[in-house]
Design a protein around this ligand. Structure first.
Ligand SMILES: NC(=O)c1ccc[n+]([C@@H]2O[C@H](COP(=O)([O-])OP(=O)(O)OC[C@H]3O[C@@H](n4cnc5c(N)ncnc54)[C@H](O)[C@@H]3O)[C@@H](O)[C@H]2O)c1
Length: 356
């Protein structure tokens, strides 16, 4: 395949960032976007309905940047039309919503990715490679958090992205990234979870609230490694504070999204160190995600660009039919199942198995 022609559906916060990222890629052209704002200009053809993008035979791949509740319908329509699909996260509203998309993918095989772009950060890739190679020793445990502050005050209220009363609102929005990151870095799926979901304000601006503002998780992976994860939208001053650390028998490795181009290495004997992306110190796999010379800070937008580069190069060389480093629809089903198990655990008070 020569140039890949892309249509983006949904031009809100993340849709505009997809457009920017795609325009940084060679061999990829954004030929049309679908937006509910008819007077918008994006330097390409504007469609007033998402079906126009799906029905356009010249479009090879669709980027679905619509709200979560619309992912399934559009993703399934794209796959049925034979278009490769890069869907924003989380894949579905729950496990059955996500599984129906995986079923459609099996019927209409195409390249299918989910927007868990943190996998494609160079320092995250290096963290993963060090865990895989065993250079930090045996993995003992892990801990992570994803904190933001958009619901920090009792009168904060927003229906954007997710219905206010989805049972796992914060766990779904933020936790989907943290769960995917943990699975990816640790190289193991989740066996079971124990959850405590908290609603800090039972009412916001006169609306009764039943969804989680903060969720704590105890997690056991299929490889036996255990960890703690926490997500919150009520953490004052934390803007996009995604953090993961993995404690191993020789040293601890950690990464913080707000200092995105650093891998921290903690050691009782050697002291603590910070490693910046540099092909002399990073593995080949991580170095391939290093798009700027050392010292030129790579961050959030670069990981997004890298994630799309991995997806589109897998379309170009056909490698999407095998193992890929980006999050797949099967990964999205697993994350949804972990979230559903957490909701169940929070009411049962017991460990719950992750079914998918
Ligand atoms: N990967 C990430 O880090 C990341 C970050 C933010 C959001 N997201 C995900 O991206 C998705 C969208 O989130 P957002 O923050 O961009 O939301 P948003 O509300 O800013 O944007 C959604 C857009 O979809 C448009 N839209 C709704 N119905 C439409 C239709 N029928 N046709 C065309 N456009 C339509 C809306 O007008 C809006 O512009 C969510 O699933 C969210 O979880 C991912």
């Amino acid at each position: 395949m020569d140039g890949i022609r892309v249509g983006i559906i949904g031009m809100g916060f993340i849709g505009k960032l997809h457009l920017d990222a795609l325009r940084r890629l060679d061999g990829v052209e954004v030929s049309a976007v679908s937006t509910s704002h008819p007077n918008a200009e994006f330097g390409c053809r504007i469609c007033n309905s998402w079906q126009e993008i799906i029905d356009d035979p010249s479009i090879d791949a669709v980027h679905n940047c619509l709200p979560q509740a619309m992912h399934r319908e559009v993703n399934i329509a794209a796959m049925a039309a034979g278009k490769h699909i890069y869907s924003e996260k989380p894949l579905g509203m729950d496990t059955s919503d996500a599984m129906s998309q995986l079923k459609a993918l099996k019927e209409h095989p195409v390249a299918a990715a989910i927007g868990h772009q943190y996998r494609a950060n160079a320092a995250v890739a290096e963290l993963r490679e060090r865990i895989r190679s065993g250079s930090a020793g045996k993995v003992l445990f892990f801990s992570g958090r994803y904190f933001q502050d958009s619901l920090a005050h009792g009168d904060d209220y927003s229906e954007r992205r997710l219905p206010e009363n989805s049972p796992a609102r914060t766990l779904s929005d933020l936790g989907s990234h943290l769960l995917d990151l943990s699975v990816h870095v640790l190289g193991s799926r989740i066996r079971k979870v124990m959850a405590l979901m908290q609603t800090h304000y039972s009412e916001r601006q006169g609306h009764p609230i039943h969804s989680d503002d903060t969720t704590f998780l105890l997690v056991e992976m299929e490889n036996g490694v255990c960890g703690t994860l926490a997500v919150s939208k009520a953490a004052h001053g934390h803007k996009n504070d995604l953090f993961l650390s993995v404690s191993c028998s020789e040293e601890e490795l950690s990464w913080s999204q707000e200092m995105p181009d650093r891998l921290s290495i903690w050691s009782r004997e050697k002291g603590n160190a910070v490693l910046f992306p540099d092909s002399r110190f990073f593995s080949d796999k991580a170095s391939r995600l290093t798009t700027l010379p050392a010292g030129h800070v790579m961050g959030w937008a670069d990981a997004l660009r890298n994630s799309m580069a991995l997806f589109h190069s897998s379309i170009r060389d056909g490698s999407w039919r095998g193992d890929v480093d980006y999050a797949t629809f099967a990964d999205g089903c697993h994350v949804s199942a972990a979230i559903d198990a957490a909701v169940l655990s929070s009411s049962s008070g017991r460990w719950e198995e992750v079914e998918a």
